[in-house]
Write a protein that binds this ligand. Structure first.
Ligand code: PMP
Length: 285
């Protein structure tokens, strides 16, 4: 089946879908994005993703390309045209097309909007969750506004590639104090020996993941202890469990960090039960 991409008002065959060479996303990474899970053809936590999009745009003094309601129509139409049942829908907003100049273009410049959707292999993800993944740690060399979901992802790209080359699935960024910030495309969590779930506060140093936000509700509903505080790599090595969260992986158990097994080296019961309960707490529309 041929894929379709939404590009600035038009649904185009994916293979030939393109933006102008002077799109500021292409020239300067001057844009933001969102990834929303698609489950049985419906969007998972669309409202929270659109709210975060609006925040990212606001922080960069960019405009919404259309209303949240209109955006919802485009997201669903892109999902429908690609016949995605379980997968992800990706959207990217840039500061538009203008002659190359670092400073903002004229105020009337239209923002660019691209939306794509694709299926994910659910059975493969479940097999991976049953096995758990390995992560490596790398120094966090990103700018200090990682709370904004910008398309400027070069440190994340290099970190993920380093993970691949070492046979791992994710890289955890570590700050100058030796504390884990987050993964290259996920939030990072541990479960201590006494069963407390620990994740870094979303004030500074991380993206406030939507999966993270919803998982805090699941944790409360399950009566688990939660401690929102930074944790070190050393503490993670001694943890009973570790896991990562993102819209495309939900809760993914981590069974090795820098080659060292975590807990008994298998996915933990907390991560597994949080994964199972997640969609009962998400808004599916
Ligand atoms: N941190 C980073 C750096 C990410 O790229 C992502 C995924 N976009 C996340 C965390 C997880 O966010 P979410 O749960 O909204 O997918």
């Amino acid at each position: 089946m041929s894929r379709i991409a939404y590009v600035n008002g038009r649904y185009l065959p994916h293979a030939g879908a393109s933006v102008h060479v002077e799109d500021r996303g292409y020239q300067f990474a001057d844009g933001v994005y969102e990834v929303c899970e698609v489950k049985r053809g419906a969007l998972v936590d669309e409202r929270l993703h659109v709210e975060r999009l609006q925040r990212s745009l606001h922080e960069l003094r960019m405009r919404m390309p259309m209303s949240p309601a209109a955006l919802g129509v485009v997201l669903r139409e892109t999902v429908r045209r690609n016949r995605v049942r379980d997968g992800i829908v990706y959207l990217q907003v840039t500061r538009g097309v203008a002659r190359r100049d670092h400073a903002f273009p004229a105020a009337e410049t239209l923002p660019g909007l691209v939306v794509t959707a694709r299926g994910l292999d659910v059975a493969r993800n479940e097999r991976q969750a049953a096995e758990g993944i390995a992560v490596i740690t790398v120094p966090d060399n990103r700018w200090d506004r990682v709370d904004i979901k910008t398309i400027a992802l070069l440190p994340n790209v290099l970190a993920k590639q380093a993970a691949r080359e070492q046979g791992a699935k994710e890289a955890w960024f570590v700050d100058a104090a030796g504390l884990v910030t987050e993964g290259s495309s996920t939030n990072a969590w541990i479960v201590t020996m006494d069963g407390t779930v620990v994740t870094r506060p979303a004030e500074r140093g991380i993206l406030r993941g939507i999966t993270r936000t919803v998982l805090l509700d699941v944790i409360a509903a399950q009566g688990l202890l939660l401690d929102e505080r930074p944790f070190s790599v050393e503490e993670a090595h001694r943890a009973r469990e570790a896991f990562v969260t993102s819209a495309s992986q939900i809760v993914m158990p981590v069974v090795r960090i820098d080659g060292q097994p975590i807990g008994n080296g298998h996915p933990g019961t907390v991560a597994t039960s949080l994964r199972q309960a997640f969609h009962g707490h998400a808004e599916i529309s």
